[in-house]
Every structure is written in structure tokens, then in C-alpha cells.
Ligand binder design. Structure first.
Ligand code: C2O
Ligand code: CU
Length: 496
């Protein structure tokens, strides 16, 4: 796969001005050319985003090996700026983020700004939008950040995301309607670094058919009713909240009666989380950065790479467990919201909260806020996106092809594109499209949520619409990093 995708990147990179004739691509019609990552269209759209006098936010970002302390357990990992998660980056919508990335890892890496509708050549998709930054190398990422919301960043090379390389990116809204007193960013992760197999060892085991997937394929292994199958393929010794295991749970201070905005980010490689707060309900206001009509539930399941912003009103004085159970796996990450005097002894790990079995947010509960509703419309293109594989050799496919050597989904700027996912596998897949925020179709015809990652359940057909307004070459993939590495990825390719 690697040499072919590299060839494809080099072809497109060379097409910056001239364009490449896609001889084999019938869909674009004769003489269609792919818009390269640095193509004139990309620069035009970036220019239109950039406001005169926009603030520039500078960030020095280094990826390097690090030793972390996990409640007394010492573990080696890779991290950004010597912390797990990496530094929380905050910009305002309309700002320019200028990140000087230094790669101090022993292998090539990139930074991908997950969910941001940015210029294609800054997207960090190795082999598609840029050559990976070599060990010891540097790269300057500079782009306008158009939309407010909760985002994050991570590498886009191999299985690197499964290490400690992730951090939240919060884009503040200059016209923030408010409605809350305090913000808390909550980043969830599944963890094996330094205490279990390396990501490469886990992947090799899956490929050899010895892993969890082989077990659940044979009817073993736990399943999740909410996901219609197993929660993941890999067994992790630990689950972390803001880089901490339950034995060193993070404490978030608050005052009784305050409204908190929890920005929940799932940075795990292979684990969905079911989140609840003891003695509280959650009012969901945003998903993947974009606003929804608020809906109040007891618990939400967050797929890998998804974000949910929820409001809670602190019930009174006390210490309330914020629990993220690894859905279909069992163990959990824990934090504490503390609005009273510190307890004499740290509270024991909470037992199963009643809220976890309460009303669960469903995709069908989410409706886009008016301001971000794409509105009704007939698609200019309609693609089936069949998700398959997972059997022999842990090969995962889109439309029967594994990896980026398959046919891309060709689009043209300005089109409304419909993607109909059909999941023919026995697992859920959090499907993510780079550079765009699509709209999920609801069977009842109401406007579904805008998202950049959406869970597609086994045997489910799920339809999304996307307005093709950000030219370039954009990866579409499953955000289970092992599925992606196993081939469940393609590109949405703009033609001119
Ligand atoms: Cu979170 Cu392809 O990315
Ligand atoms: Cu998947």
C-alpha cells in the first residue's frame, strides 16, 4: 500500500499548478484533473477564509519520547511537548494557527488537525497531503481556523495515535452565546504504552488472527448492545482521563450551582467510551464542534475521535464521579468534579453509576442547530461506501478495496455529495472525513447533526451529505486506527 499511496501523493504534489490527468478515473469524465494539496483552488479558498488583520497564534510543538508516571507506574511513551495529553491549544475562530512542528521521534510523523476545515496542504495526512516529516525534521503548519468548537490533533502516520500523541484544540467563538460559568476539557484514551504490548505488536497479533477480533468473530468476547457488537479489538490494561488512570483521577474544581461545559474528546485508538456524571444529567449542546438543538440525557457513548460538549449544573456541595466506561470492554477512566471541601481520603473508585444505565443519547436524538443546518437538497453525486472485511489477515475494506490504492470518491467544488455507508461487518466503525463537517440524514427528515466522525453500526445503512467547499485530497477512514491501518480508508478527491 505504502509505495502506491506515496506515488499518488507525489503525482498530486506535482500537480499543484498543472494538475494531473487521471487517466484511469472514468467518473470525473475525460480530461479531469485532481486538485493537488497545494493547488490554486486550495490557495483561493484559504485566501477567502483569511480575514485582514487576523490574529496569528504561534505554537511550538515537539513530538518526542517521554516517560510518564501513571499512579506510580512508570511508562515510556511518545508525546507532544512532554505531556499526555499534549498542550491544550486555544484559538478564536478566524485566527491563523502557526505551529512549528519538530519531530524528535525515531520515525517520520505528521500533525493532523482533526475536524478543522483547513487548507488541504496543512492537513497532515501522510502520503496524501504531505510527505511525513522525517525524524529530526521540522514542518511549519499555518492555516486559518474557520469554525468554533472542540477539536483535537494527532499524528497521521501508521499507529502513532495509539501512543500518547494527542491534544485538544479548542476554537473559541467570538460570538459565544455563553450559558455556562466554567469549561472543563476531558480527553479520554485507551492505554498500553510501557505497560502492555506496543501498537505494532497488537496489530501484528490481530493480523495473525490471535487477537480479540478473532475471538469475537467466533462468538466469544464481550459485546455492547449500543454498538451491536464488540467495543474494540484490543485489550488495554488502562483507560485514562486527561492522561491519568483511575488511581490518580483528575479533579475538576467547581462551585455548587455552577453551569459547567464539559468538552469530551475521545482520543482512543480502539475504544468507545460511555460517559456519565454521578447525580447529574447531561445536556448535549455540540458534537464534533458544531451546535445541536440541546437534548438532555443520562449518558453518551463517544466513538473514537468524536467529541461531545455537554452542560451540567453542579448539584450542590460534593465530589461527583465523572466516569467513562470502555464500552463493551469493561474497565473505565475516572475523574472527579469537586464542589465541596476535599474529602479526607481520596474517594474509592466509583462503583457502577445508575446514570450509565439511564437514557442513552442516540444519533436520532441529535438535530443540527438552525445556524449550521445545510438545509434540504438533492445531491449532485451519490456514492455507496461499503464497509467490509475484518476476517482473514485483518484486512478492512471500503468498496472492496483496502487502503489508498482503491478508487477515490471524485467530487467537484460546489457539489452536494451524498455518501451512503453500508456496514457489512460485525463491528461498528467511527467513520471520519477530513476537512469537512457533513450532515447526517435522519430517517424522519429532520435535519441531522453536523459531524466529522459518525458511528456506523453493523448492518446499518447511514447516509450523510457533504457540501464540497474545500478543494483538495481528503482522507475518509475508520477512526479505529487498527482498522485504518488494516485498509479501511479512501479519499474524497476534488477534480477540476
Ligand atoms: Cu483524527 Cu484521519 O483523523
Ligand atoms: Cu472500523
Amino acid at each position: 500500500m505504502e509505495p502506491i499511496s506515496r506515488r499518488r501523493f507525489l503525482a498530486l504534489a506535482g500537480s499543484a499548478s498543472a494538475g494531473v490527468v487521471l487517466a484511469s478515473c472514468g467518473r470525473g469524465g475525460p480530461r479531469a484533473q485532481a486538485v493537488g494539496p497545494g493547488g490554486a483552488e486550495v490557495l483561493r479558498v484559504e485566501q477567502a477564509r483569511r480575514r485582514p488583520g487576523a490574529a496569528v497564534v504561534d505554537l511550538a510543538l515537539a513530538a518526542a519520547p517521554l516517560t510518564v508516571d501513571l499512579a506510580g507506574l512508570t511508562a515510556g511513551t511518545w508525546a507532544y511537548n512532554e505531556a499526555v495529553p499534549g498542550p491544550e491549544v486555544r484559538v478564536r475562530a478566524g485566527d491563523v494557527l502557526r505551529a512549528r512542528f519538530r519531530n524528535q521521534l525515531p520515525e517520520p510523523a505528521t500533525v493532523h488537525w482533526h475536524g478543522i476545515a483547513l487548507r488541504n496542504d496543512m492537513d497532515g495526512a501522510a502520503g496524501v497531503t504531505q510527505e511525513p516529516v522525517p525524524a529530526g525534521g521540522e514542518f511549519l503548519y499555518e492555516f486559518t481556523v474557520p469554525d468554533p468548537g472542540t477539536y483535537w490533533f494527532h499524528p497521521h502516520v501508521g499507529l502513532q495515535l495509539d501512543r500518547g500523541l494527542y491534544a485538544p484544540l479548542i476554537v473559541e467563538d467570538p460570538a459565544e452565546p455563553g450559558g455556562y460559568d466554567r469549561e472543563v476539557t476531558v480527553v479520554l484514551d485507551d492505554w498500553a504504552d510501557g505497560v502492555g504490548p506496543t501498537p505494532e505488536e497488537s496489530f501484528a497479533e490481530l493480523r495473525a488472527g490471535q487477537g480479540a477480533h478473532a475471538q469475537h468473530g467466533a462468538g466469544g468476547g464481550p459485546t455492547s448492545a449500543a454498538l451491536g457488537g464488540p467495543g474494540g479489538d484490543v485489550t488495554y490494561p488502562l483507560f485514562l482521563m486527561n492522561g491519568r488512570p483511575p488511581a490518580a483521577a483528575p479533579v475538576f474544581d467547581a462551585r455548587p450551582g455552577e453551569r459547567l461545559r464539559l468538552r469530551l474528546v475521545n482520543a482512543a485508538a480502539d475504544t468507545p467510551f460511555r460517559v456519565a456524571l454521578g447525580d447529574h444529567r447531561l445536556t448535549v449542546t455540540h458534537t464534533d464542534g458544531f451546535p445541536v438543538v440541546p437534548v438532555t440525557v443520562d449518558t453518551v457513548v463517544i466513538g473514537m475521535s468524536e467529541r461531545y460538549d455537554v452542560l451540567v449544573t453542579v448539584a450542590g456541595e460534593g465530589t461527583f464521579p465523572l466516569v467513562a466506561v470502555a464500552e463493551g470492554k469493561g474497565n473505565q477512566a475516572v475523574g472527579l468534579i469537586r464542589s465541596g471541601p476535599a474529602p479526607a481520603a481520596p474517594p474509592a473508585e466509583p462503583s457502577r453509576l445508575a446514570e450509565l444505565g439511564g437514557r442513552l443519547l442516540g444519533l436520532g436524538d441529535l438535530q443540527a442547530a438552525d445556524a449550521v443546518d445545510l438545509g434540504p437538497g438533492q445531491p449532485d453525486r451519490d456514492y455507496r461506501v461499503v464497509l467490509g472485511g475484518g476476517d482473514e489477515g485483518y484486512r478492512w475494506t471500503i468498496n472492496g478495496r483496502a487502503g489508498l490504492d482503491g478508487d477515490p470518491l471524485s467530487v467537484r467544488e460546489g457539489e452536494r455529495v451524498r455518501l451512503s455507508f453500508e456496514n457489512r461487518t460485525t463491528m461498528f466503525h467511527p467513520m471520519h472525513l477530513h476537512g469537512h463537517t457533513f450532515q447526517v440524514a435522519r430517517p424522519d427528515g429532520r435535519p441531522g447533526p453536523r459531524k466529522d466522525s459518525v458511528i456506523v453500526l453493523p448492518d446499518q445503512r447511514l447516509v450523510i451529505d457533504v457540501v464540497a467547499d474545500n478543494p483538495g485530497q481528503w482522507v475518509l477512514h475508520c477512526h479505529n486506527v487498527f482498522h485504518m491501518e488494516g485498509g479501511m480508508e479512501t479519499t474524497m478527491s476534488y477534480l477540476r
